[in-house]
Design a protein around this ligand. Structure first.
Ligand SMILES: C[S@@+](CC[C@H](N)C(=O)[O-])C[C@H]1O[C@@H](n2cnc3c(N)ncnc32)[C@H](O)[C@@H]1O
Length: 235
């Protein structure tokens, strides 16, 4: 579906996510159920493989997931060899942070940091070992479904869509030469390129992760898109 036709929905409200994570936290406490894997396990495997190839584990990395939910992607990165203290998840729902932190404890992955932070309005905290370059802190920023959720928020009183400020925030937080990897089911690859590769962000296309495609009504597409962008290194 074209993102330009998206209507505001409850998925764009904090209240919705607070309710989701309150329930998931209760289920985790009662049954050990870690909650929904957004876009499925296959997408998590593909994202981890992309990271291993393009931003391999190193002790001085700083990796941020925006809207980390139950933390599935960060746990998978830790399983794949990324040191826990190089990983930070932020989410604006306190319930998501409580759930991810409880899962981290149960998996002995307490070194992964989870912090409550509204990405659109607050600065993500820095990891202890982060070296900033020109004020930018992150070697890799991940988004799996969060830009999609933000795209479903109501416009503000001035008619401005909250999503419009997102690409520039990402670009500002990336170190020169660092990557942003986004997975979306609401935006096509071309739409993501349009949103993130602007003169203001300076981001460039890096690569895409292929998913199974379908053909319908003579047009081909895939259920979700994962696209990586890179912030050019300073010259
Ligand atoms: C579709 S869920 C995806 C969660 C997780 N990335 C995953 O793949 O399981 C979207 C997440 O974005 C979070 N979120 C939405 N708007 C946010 C914002 N402004 N700042 C931080 N997190 C936000 C929600 O609380 C929710 O956890």
């Amino acid at each position: 579906m074209s993102a330009t036709g998206l209507q505001p929905s409850k998925l764009g409200t904090k209240e919705h996510w607070d309710n989701v994570y309150d329930e998931e936290l209760q289920n985790f406490g009662e049954f050990g159920d870690e909650g929904e894997i957004w876009f499925g396990e296959d997408s998590v495997d593909k994202l981890v493989n992309w990271a291993l190839q393009n931003v391999p584990p190193k002790n001085d990395l700083s990796i941020l997931e925006v809207g980390s939910g139950n933390g599935t992607l960060l746990f998978a990165l830790a399983e794949a060899g990324y040191t826990a203290d190089t990983l930070l998840g932020i989410d604006y729902s306190e319930g998501a942070i409580a759930l991810a932190s409880s899962i981290a404890k149960s998996r002995n992955r307490e070194g992964i940091q989870f912090h409550c932070c509204d990405f659109l309005n607050e600065e993500p905290p820095l990891l202890t070992n982060t070296r900033t370059v020109d004020g930018a802190a992150w070697d890799l920023i991940l988004d799996k479904g969060t830009f999609d959720a933000i795209a479903l928020m109501q416009k503000d009183n001035h008619g401005k869509a909250p999503i419009d400020g997102y690409p520039l925030r990402v670009a500002r937080l990336l170190k020169p030469g660092a990557h942003f990897l986004i997975t979306s089911c609401n935006f096509t690859e071309a739409e993501l390129q349009d949103k993130f590769m602007t003169p203001a962000t300076g981001l460039r296309y890096h690569s895409r992760i292929p998913y199974q495609t379908y053909t319908f009504g003579g047009r081909s597409g895939s259920i979700c898109s994962s696209v990586a962008f890179v912030k050019p290194a300073a010259t």
